[in-house]
Design a binder for this molecule. Sequence first.
Ligand SMILES: [Zn+2]
Length: 144
Amino acid sequence: MALDNTLQGWIEGPPPERDDGGLAIVELAFGVQVDGQDHHGHPIIVSRWSAKLKTTGGAHRLNYVDVLRYIDIAHDPAAMRSSPPSHCKICKRLLNDPGDPVGSKDCGGDCCRCMASCGDVDCYMALHAVEPDKYPLDEQGEVP
Ligand SMILES: [Zn+2]
């Protein structure tokens, strides 16, 4: 099945790398899978997070290099920062709390600690860097 894509404003190539949680619609290269599934060329909505793009429906991380073209749909970092304090959707912790900058980092609506306990390797490693006792690595230096 092929759909005629009526979205306007596609920009060729991957979006500029940012870490502001901004949303974009992306079209992935042929053969790139999302959580083991073929996306059949359908656009996917992602948030920018660290060096990855994270899908909004689950927490699947995508690589910038796999993006063929994109449309920014929300990308005003100043506006996002001035919005009222938000809380983790899972544990209700205040996000971006200066008292716990790594653990409370906003990772797309959930805090870094919850993402780490859900098996997110990048979050776990970020926490390991500041709290190696609470977030140890195994003998191979990998996330247990
Ligand atoms: Zn949380």
